[in-house]
Design a protein around this ligand. Structure first.
Ligand code: GTP
Length: 321
């Protein structure tokens, strides 16, 4: 008889461009009524793993993958984390890997399917989210990447349908969806669990015509920290006017009236979402990670503007993955 522990653990890779709704989907899964014990691995692009802070607690364990992009190179960090998880937690029903927004999810799934994991892991599905309101912006920001992510999907989730018209959604399907890829539309990534964990998605007859470009080389991130409260209105103004090439910003801030917010910038859309507390490790600081594409991004000027949103701000440290 095959024991429960001997069965390979199914793995779902969640991909999609920056800000498409991957963490929203992970939180939907973790808060869901599916009776699965799920371990989540998160790979974020910037120097600080904001996604790990945005994710609600998980019974199966939360594993923060190394910074940068785990789809590059030999994925040693991912291999090590998977080995650690496999040796530590035999009672996990499912593993979910949230890729960074600049990752090629197909390459992450390749790692899951390495021979060394045979019999222990089973690559279940690549689930790719698309920001219905931001797909054109994603293509403009990083040509080649968003298309390749879509091309690698076993299950495609056209998310943020609340932000666009029916005509826009129909035009997206006509232009980008593969006829043999299961595609659904969602708001706030509310994917039905029986579909998400269905397994056995048909593999597409034709391979994707889109090849992932090595966009990590074009992507850069920077971290901004601030020790005291910030002027939320002014910060909103600065973020709303970010240069187009700085596509994504996210983090947590404390406003001068004491309120705490998770802050998101996706393309031209800025949102301040009330937060119950600053995440562990933030030490009372407001902190934003900004990600952009291309050479000579005007980060210094942006940092100066951000510093102007609070008297005690100090500039961040530039880095790339
Ligand atoms: N209006 C709207 N906003 C959404 C929807 N889904 C997610 N969002 C918002 O989009 C922003 C980005 O969502 P995330 O889930 O953090 O996106 P992500 O793909 O994990 O982002 P990265 O990890 O940076 O690539 C957040 O402000 C979400 O609340 C949706 O269906 N409609």
């Amino acid at each position: 008889m095959v024991t429960r522990q001997a069965r390979p653990i199914p793995v779902t890779v969640i991909g999609g461009f920056l800000g498409a709704g991957k963490t929203t989907l992970v939180n939907h899964i973790l808060g869901g009524d599916h009776e699965l014990k799920i371990a989540v691995m998160v790979n974020d692009f910037g120097a600080i793993n904001i996604d790990a802070a945005l994710i609600t607690s998980t019974e199966g364990g939360l594993y923060s993958l190394s910074n940068g992009c785990v789809c590059c190179g030999l994925n040693q960090g991912l291999v090590e984390q998977l080995e650690e998880l496999l040796s530590a937690r035999i009672d996990i029903d499912h593993i979910v890997i949230e890729a960074s927004g600049v990752a090629d999810p197909a390459r992450i799934m390749d790692t899951v399917r390495y021979a060394r994991f045979a019999g222990r892991l089973r690559g279940d599905a690549i689930v790719v989210l698309v920001d219905a309101a931001g797909f054109d912006g994603a293509i403009a920001a990083a040509p080649g990447l968003a298309e390749a992510q879509v091309g690698s999907a076993d299950l495609l989730i056209l998310n943020k349908t609340d932000l666009v018209s029916r005509d826009t959604l129909d035009a997206w399907h006509a232009r980008w969806a593969f006829p043999d890829t299961r595609t659904i539309e969602t708001t706030n990534a509310r994917v039905p669990f029986d579909l998400l964990f269905a397994s056995g998605f048909p593999s597409r007859g034709a391979s994707s015509p889109f090849t992932a470009v090595p966009v990590h080389e074009q992507a850069e991130s920077i971290t901004w920290r601030h020790d005291g409260p910030i002027d939320a209105k002014r910060l909103h103004g600065v973020l709303a006017a970010l240069p187009a090439r700085i596509y994504r910003a996210k983090g947590f801030v404390q406003a001068s009236d004491g309120r705490l917010f998770a802050v998101h910038v996706v393309g031209t859309r800025v949102s301040f979402e009330p937060a119950a507390h600053l995440p562990e490790g933030f030490d009372g600081q407001s902190l934003l990670v900004l990600v952009g594409f291309g050479r000579d991004l005007p980060f210094e000027g942006v940092l100066a503007q951000l510093n102007g949103c609070g008297a005690l701000a100090r500039s961040g440290k530039k880095g790339s993955a």
